[in-house]
Design a protein around this ligand. Structure first.
Ligand code: HEC
Ligand code: HEC
Length: 244
């Protein structure tokens, strides 16, 4: 419901009208000198502002590893992810252009947002914490930190951090993976992880993650022990492993 409200908001309508004439048009159609990176990213920061709203479905993109951001722009362009404004904006953009935008946002490091208080009970928060830090071997769920990094700050080049994202956004993404609406490069390890999480587990991990604050100097780790617990197609060097 919130998503459809978002889509009908005056902001989105204004953007939809303004965008065709803005710098996101294919580079060749732009008058010389009007294709600066600043102009391109103006169209993005309307929604992905430095101070992103914490109560909505807008993900933070600043500071995420460049390869991850690039993979997502490709995923929107190729229909593995669905959000009409995002699909529309990247529809005709070439790879090089998307890589440049990804590099730009990866290099930004605004202050992390504050924690999101949670009304989930103590038991749910403890379950969320357990899944993130230890996983649940009985349900074949690897610890989230085994891939997202010990500090949950992500791992370069292609695994995102999990702190500083709105709880509703995390919920929506895990739900979308469970339902096959969001897909990543195959083999899609996150789809497997999400399918092993019950709905209550999804609520628990997103609630607990929301209560955590990233440290101001948190940066994606430069590497992580391989092989990962599951094979992730979008992660260079990830390779097939015996099923856990
Ligand atoms: C109208 C608002 C809006 C605008 C404008 C917008 N985005 Fe988005 N973007 C979103 C929303 C909402 C999502 C999450 C969609 C979903 O649920 O998957 C998203 C997702 C993303 C993601 C994936 C983030 C992640 O953590 O997985 C990237 C990368 C991204 N946008 C980049 C951009 C760039 C680059 C631009 C400018 C060219 C842009 N966006 C403009 C609303 C917007
Ligand atoms: C086997 C490695 C692996 C494990 C384990 C794992 N993830 Fe992920 N996760 C990834 C990768 C790789 C991506 C990027 C996928 C893509 O390119 O879309 C990702 C993306 C995500 C995203 C999307 C972030 C965004 O900005 O849109 C969320 C949310 C997420 N993971 C949550 C979790 C949670 C919660 C757990 C633990 C229950 C977990 N992950 C365990 C590898 C893993």
């Amino acid at each position: 419901m919130q998503l459809s409200m978002l889509l009908h908001s005056p902001l989105v309508l204004a953007l939809a009208i303004a965008l065709p004439g803005m710098a996101l048009a294919a580079p060749a159609t732009l008058p010389a000198g009007h294709d600066s990176l600043e102009q391109r990213i103006k169209a993005c920061t309307a929604c992905h502002a430095q101070k992103e709203r914490h109560d909505a479905f807008f993900p933070r993109i600043a500071g995420k590893p460049s390869g991850y951001l690039y993979n997502q722009l490709i995923n929107f362009r190729e229909g593995r992810r669905h959000y009409p404004m995002m699909n529309y904006m990247v529809e005709h953009l070439p790879d090089d252009y998307l890589r440049e935008i990804a590099d730009y946002f990866a290099a930004q490091h605004p202050a992390p947002p504050p924690a999101q208080p949670s009304s989930a009970g103590t038991a749910a928060l403890a379950r969320g914490r357990q899944l993130v830090l230890q996983g649940d071997s009985g349900k074949k769920i690897p610890a989230c930190i085994a891939c997202h990094g010990e500090k949950l700050a992500g791992v370069a080049p292609a695994i995102p951090g999990l702190l500083g994202l709105p709880r509703d956004y995390i919920n929506a993404q895990l739900g979308a993976w469970k339902n096959g609406i969001r897909r990543a490069h195959a083999p899609d390890c996150m789809a497997q992880v999400a399918q092993r999480l019950s709905d209550a587990d999804v609520g628990a991990v997103s609630a607990w993650l929301g209560t955590q604050v990233a440290s101001a100097d948190a940066r994606p780790a430069s590497g992580i022990a391989l092989p990962l617990p599951l094979h992730c197609g979008g992660v260079p060097g990830s390779s097939a492993q015996v099923a856990p």
